[in-house]
Write a protein of this length. Structure first.
Ligand code: SF4
Length: 329
């Protein structure tokens, strides 16, 4: 089956799968994973890595980008010029509280459906969409329920694998399997992480921490909210839109108060004692949240920026994370 590539969490995989195509969320390995886009000053390394990977992917039938940030819009212009597959720019409104914004998002899903049909997909019935949604929902629940049994790196990899390949084999979440050992409870908060940046998670746990909340865009914060079963049966498209557009808290929303409400609840529930703040260089959206997050949380915050490519950054991160954990223990 040919793949539809995207990276934004506001693109519902279920909608693509229900059209009979394979959704494939690209989480780049690094910024320099290919050669379609060389280093461009001011270009977010995550966007660069995304474009490089989709340009190298052979089994593609279409690409979907969104308007969540200016960098991604700029990325779409590069995609159109440098990638051969048809590309679609989905408008995701920054405002979210009004009925007009919600209608616009649903309208964009329908417009995306037209694009998917032009790629060879077919418009799903409500029953077909509901069936796919249940399958994806069960896979997400399984990943969550297995979390205590996984290291932070394994948990991030499980999410990345599900995002890339769709629901696969169940992860063992039985009561018999051993939970991962304890450490200083930490949260990692920020924008999307590239696969190579998962090293940060491993370092944190190696130096005595335990990541109890992965609130990055490629972590659990990027998951839509669980589906309401009754709404799913009555109107699956509306429920899909509500779970994605209304269920993913992000710094790009205007206002982004939901992000802080969500963080307030999750940081307290999980007893977090320190925060690793992860951002990609040239990402203004997340950089702007750094001082607010420090004031809001009242917790020690370690700011880690990523270029997505340099080995010297890895050593620097290692030293800084070790010192941060020494301070907390
Ligand atoms: S990391 Fe920031 S700049 Fe890059 S795509 Fe995400 S929101 Fe946009």
């Amino acid at each position: 089956m040919k793949k539809v590539l995207y990276t934004c969490p506001y693109v519902p995989a279920e909608w693509v799968a229900a059209h009979g195509l394979q959704p494939c969320r690209i989480i780049p390995v690094s910024a320099a994973a290919g050669s379609a886009v060389d280093r461009l000053e001011g270009l977010c390394p995550y966007v660069r890595g995304f474009i490089n990977e989709i340009a190298a992917e052979k089994e593609t039938c279409g690409i979907v980008a969104t308007t969540v940030c200016d960098q991604m819009r700029r990325g779409f212009d590069l995609i159109v010029r440098r990638c051969e597959s048809p590309a679609f720019l989905m408008n995701v409104p920054s405002t979210w509280q009004t009925v007009a914004a919600q209608k616009l998002y649903i309208g964009e899903l329908k417009r995306l459906g037209g694009f998917l049909v032009r790629l060879g997909g077919r418009l799903p019935t409500d029953e077909q969409l509901a069936e796919v949604m249940l399958k994806y929902d069960a896979a997400r629940r399984n990943i969550f329920s297995a979390k205590e049994k996984l290291s932070a790196g394994e948990f991030a990899e499980a999410i990345a694998s599900f995002s890339h390949n769709g629901p696969g084999e169940r992860i063992d979440d039985s009561a018999d399997s051993e939970p991962v050992g304890c450490g200083v409870p930490l949260a990692i908060i920020g924008g999307p992480m590239m696969i190579n940046d998962f090293d940060i998670l491993r370092m944190a746990e190696q130096f005595g921490g335990r990541i109890v909340l992965n609130a990055t865009e490629t972590g659990e914060r990027g998951f839509c909210s669980p589906f309401d079963r009754r709404s799913l049966r009555e109107n699956p498209l509306m429920e899909l839109a509500a779970a994605y557009f209304g269920g993913i808290p992000d710094a790009s929303r205007r206002p982004n108060s939901e992000l802080y409400r969500w963080l307030e609840r999750e940081l307290a529930t999980r007893g977090v004692r320190g925060i690793i703040f992860h951002r990609n260089v040239f990402c203004d959206i997340w950089h702007a949240e750094l001082s607010r997050l420090k004031d809001f949380s009242g917790l020690p915050v370690l700011d880690i920026d990523s270029t997505g490519e340099s080995e010297s950054y890895r050593q620097r991160n290692s030293n800084r994370i070790r010192a941060f954990l020494e301070m907390l223990t």
